[in-house]
Design a protein around this ligand. Structure first.
Ligand SMILES: NC(=O)c1ccc[n+]([C@@H]2O[C@H](COP(=O)([O-])OP(=O)(O)OC[C@H]3O[C@@H](n4cnc5c(N)ncnc54)[C@H](O)[C@@H]3O)[C@@H](O)[C@H]2O)c1
Length: 310
């Protein structure tokens, strides 16, 4: 009888000492804000040169200014580059630029973190809603993996690759966004198998985080229908994300700890919603195994954030 027990321990190929990543580049997409910015802060603290790769130039400039003092202290260089991750040529251009400017610096961290939010349903989402969500949240990750990972595998230096999915990529999917995040988790699981331990790999699946994600339609590129006004209702939810969500720095420290230990699935749980992501995962798996209908358990905390009540 074949055994179905997973033979891989959770801490299979972690770096153990993150000092081995010092001096390399940390390419972090979507790092002008939110979780990506927190990852850039952590990269600087670990002596890596952060590449702030984002679609918004004004936000890149602001993020660079904010990081400069700490980067100087650590003796690392901040590289700010405007890139649209949904465009493979654009991402390849970034990869070529980095190779020619820094031929001797390995890529210590590739963080495919850029993402766009917004609800939307299978039947109600417009063509552009689907194109941008798929283009950034899935294809954007794939574009970066294809542009950077082959070089990381031949650089003769250790490295880590991660993507930011969501708890929505683990639970029974309930939105257009969830579809893209499930696909992101599957993409990273597939890559994990292909890497076979040569780089550490991770997928971050957080609960609600205090960032600007809810307002991302305000800077939607023209080819996806152009910027959309943030309605009063969206602004209220955005404000609630900012005041109630878990700190982006918690996501960053859990990712760096996972790089140390080799943990693949990083479920960043909100202190105010303990155990919820685990409940979502076990509920989905139970539904599959028991031939039940798909079901996503309710979180009173998240419902409160979306409804605007305490
Ligand atoms: N905030 C949450 O509650 C939450 C929860 C789970 C997962 N996530 C995921 O976390 C990731 C980071 O988002 P965040 O929450 O920090 O939000 P955020 O809006 O603060 O940051 C996202 C960044 O991505 C950039 N970006 C958007 N489209 C891009 C593109 N095409 N190319 C390059 N950069 C682009 C934005 O300019 C922004 O700086 C996303 O993938 C998001 O889906 C967020």
């Amino acid at each position: 009888m074949p055994t179905h027990k997973n033979p891989f321990t959770k801490s299979g190929n972690g770096h153990q000492d993150l000092g081995v990543l010092k001096g390399g580049l940390a390419i972090i997409t979507g790092s002008a804000s939110g979780i990506g910015f927190a990852l850039a802060e952590a990269a600087v603290a670990h002596g890596m040169h952060p590449v702030i790769a984002d679609i918004r130039q004004d936000a890149i400039d602001q993020a660079t200014d904010e990081l400069t003092a700490r980067a100087d202290q650590m003796g690392v260089e901040i590289i700010g580059e405007r890139v649209d991750v949904s465009d493979q040529d654009n991402v390849n251009g970034l990869a070529e630029m980095l190779r020619s400017r820094f031929p001797d610096r390995p890529i210590s961290l590739l963080a495919c973190n850029a993402g766009v939010g917004g609800g939307g349903s299978v039947l109600g989402g417009s063509e552009e809603d689907w194109e941008i969500a798929y283009g950034v949240n899935l294809k954007g990750v794939l574009n970066c993996l294809r542009a950077f990972v082959p070089g990381m595998l031949s650089q003769n230096a250790p490295g880590s690759v991660m993507a930011t999915a969501s708890q929505d990529g683990l639970c029974a999917s309930s939105s257009l966004y969830g579809v893209t995040k499930h696909a992101c988790v599957a993409l990273m699981e597939t890559l994990h198998g292909e890497l076979n331990g040569r780089l550490t790999s991770h997928v971050l699946c957080p609960n609600v985080v205090a960032t600007n994600i809810v307002g991302s339609a305000a800077y939607r590129p023209d080819r996806f229908g152009g910027p959309q006004a943030v309605t009063e209702g969206t602004q209220r939810i955005l404000d609630r994300f900012k005041s109630h969500g878990l700190p982006p720095s918690q996501c960053a420290s859990e990712v760096f700890e996972a790089m140390r230990t080799g943990t693949f699935y990083v479920m960043a749980e909100a202190e105010d919603d303990p155990g919820y992501i685990r409940l979502e995962v076990t509920t989905r798996m139970d539904s599959i195994l028991n031939a039940e209908r798909p079901f996503r358990p309710r979180s009173e905390w998240i419902a409160g954030i979306f409804s605007g009540r305490d």
